[in-house]
Write a protein that binds this ligand. Structure first.
Ligand code: A2P
Length: 320
């Protein structure tokens, strides 16, 4: 089984999970089934991905009483969307996600982004000029209600996503239950060294999204160099007889970072969890750190506008 990290509350989180962002309905059920067969026991989901019902169909087939896999062997994460930060919306959003995923409880529930959007059923509420319509709920008030979900037993753990150190500090100063995870973009071009240290110093695990540089992000330009094609990573991979994806994932788990690579391709799903049969040398670990460019591929205004036309799809890389 996949090695895991023990969260501050004692719950075990497998170091590799299957990402489901951008996994098309029609493909994601097969991907989850394939991943379960390959030994994955960790799935990263979110209401905003629009595919939780289909992920749930796969879980229902294999996981639970009388099925191949016990519920407690699987770690399922989901996230509260930005339009649901208002204290009155949190519990119903969590219950909706649970129903769609066919689960009685979540292993981890995250606040997807620190900022709130206008309440309602529109995923991306916008003004006429294309800018987002923001809500006025502060994430501190959302956190208080997230804590209630724990007390109710709807979730085993709560955490954050896309929070910076200052925002985490803010939560730590008011919380009854500490966040156990912060999930952020992280890969060799954005190594998040300071944030990782901050999180680990505070007993918070860091989960890397887009660990492979999200080559399928909708706004990548044709011909734009991709992390997985980086010649230096290819060279290291060659020396270990591994693929670039395996080297990148190995580097992360070896520095204590949990990864949720997305794939709907069976051979890649299988390959991405086979990173526990080799060790990168200290020199190679350090060399990969040097690839850092502080280059953020997913920035909120882009991430939240995937389905819209106001943002040109051929956006050049953004620097932080
Ligand atoms: P696909 O889903 O078609 O297999 P990230 O997790 O960083 O968002 O990256 C996801 C993207 O990387 C998807 O386009 C996925 O393609 C691709 N991908 C996933 N695993 C691998 C791999 N082992 N080798 C090459 N590409 C991969």
């Amino acid at each position: 089984s996949c090695p895991y990290l023990t969260l501050s509350i004692g719950h075990k989180m497998p170091l590799i999970g299957l990402g489901t962002w951008k996994s098309a309905p029609g493909l994601v059920k097969q991907a989850v089934l394939c991943a379960l067969d390959c030994g994955y026991r960790h799935f990263d989901c979110a209401a905003a991905y629009g595919n939780e019902r289909e992920v749930g169909e796969a879980l229902l087939e294999r996981v639970g009483t009388g099925k191949q896999i016990k519920r407690e062997e699987v770690f399922v994460t989901s996230k509260l969307w930005n339009t649901k930060h208002h204290p009155e919306d949190v519990e119903s959003s969590c219950r909706k996600t649970l129903a769609e995923l066919s689960l009685q409880y979540l292993d981890l529930y995250l606040i997807h982004w620190p900022m709130a959007f206008e309440r309602g059923e529109v995923l991306m509420p916008r003004n006429d000029d294309g800018t987002m319509r923001h809500g006025d709920t502060h994430y501190r008030d959302t956190w208080k209600v997230m804590e209630g979900l724990l007390d109710q037993g709807l979730v085993k753990a709560i955490g954050l996503s896309n929070f910076n150190a200052k925002q985490i500090d803010d939560i730590l100063s008011i919380c009854k239950y500490k966040p156990v995870v912060n999930q952020v973009e992280c890969h060799p071009y954005l190594i998040q060294k300071e944030l990782l240290k901050y999180c680990h110093d505070h007993g918070i695990a860091l989960t890397a999204y887009s660990p492979l540089g999200s080559p399928d992000r909708p706004w990548t330009s044709p011909g734009e160099p991709q992390l997985l094609d980086d010649p230096q990573i290819l060279a290291i991979a060659g020396r270990y007889g591994k693929t670039p994806a395996q080297v990148i994932l190995r580097w992360q788990v070896q520095r204590g970072v949990v990864c949720i690579p997305k794939s709907t391709t069976p051979s890649r799903i299988q390959q991405n969890i086979q990173v526990f049969d080799f060790t990168l040398s200290n020199d190679d670990m350090k060399q990969i750190e040097c690839f850092n460019r502080n280059e953020r591929l997913i920035i909120p205004t882009i991430e939240v506008s995937i389905k819209s036309v106001w943002l040109p799809l051929h956006t050049p890389n953004f620097k932080t």
